[in-house]
Design a protein around this ligand. Structure first.
Ligand SMILES: Cc1cc2nc3c(=O)[nH]c(=O)nc-3n(C[C@H](O)[C@H](O)[C@H](O)COP(=O)(O)O)c2cc1C
Length: 195
């Protein structure tokens, strides 16, 4: 055995998404982020495209980002679906999280590799980041949805089609106890053939 399987499986199972609202006021340091990006960079990818890209925000830049996201939320919400509380929650994430990371996909110039595969490679990169975050005792929350996918958000970030914004990541330490994960058993998800 090359690695200790008990540690590896425990790390995988311990990984958690922790909402910015549930984060403790403790700074995430640049060297920790650099180790996360180093791990991201080792994700598998088809055709050596390495399509994962990140934009990192803290301090005033984070405040501006969250204010813009709140404004985009207002813009994309139908008037009867808009919630002032949600608007304020998006703004307040600048106080709860110490850093936000926009994750986006850089489309291969030739477009030979299908877009789905490029997105899957970016997701693998985020998983690698999450595992490093777990080792530090941090969660990593992936926020996607209508704000992240809004054309005006991409424009604000200077990201142009066919490149795509895939979400905003919030690493950080939980305020309370490390949350329990929950999964249905894997045995119902696997079909064995020829065994
Ligand atoms: C691609 C992707 C996008 C996600 N987007 C959201 C999101 O917009 N809002 C949200 O509450 N959780 C989002 N999540 C996180 C899930 O809620 C979370 O993984 C799930 O609740 C399981 O919890 P765990 O990650 O702690 O095991 C996303 C996860 C992935 C992989």
């Amino acid at each position: 055995m090359k690695f200790n399987l008990t540690d590896v499986t425990r790390l995988i199972r311990t990984r958690r998404s922790i909402r910015p609202e549930q984060l403790r006021n403790r700074k995430v340091h640049r060297d920790q982020l650099e180790l996360m990006f180093e791990a991201a960079n080792w994700a598998p990818n088809h055709g050596k495209t390495e399509p994962w890209r990140f934009k990192v925000f803290q301090e005033e830049a984070l405040q501006a980002l969250q204010q813009h996201m709140a404004d985009v939320y207002k813009e994309v919400s139908a008037p009867d679906a808009f919630l002032q509380s949600k608007y304020e929650q998006i703004q307040a994430r600048a106080q709860k999280a110490s850093v936000a990371i926009v994750v986006w996909m850089k489309r291969q110039e030739s477009g030979r590799i299908p877009e789905e595969e490029e997105m899957m490679a970016v997701a693998c990169a985020v998983q690698n980041m999450s595992l490093v975050a777990t080792a530090y005792g941090m969660g990593l929350f992936w926020s996607s949805g209508k704000v992240a996918y809004a054309p005006s958000f991409a424009k604000y970030l200077g990201i142009e089609s066919p490149d795509r914004v895939l979400g905003v990541l919030y690493p950080g330490y939980p305020e309370e106890e490390w949350p329990e994960g929950k999964r249905n058993i894997w045995m119902n998800k696997v079909e064995w053939n020829g065994f």
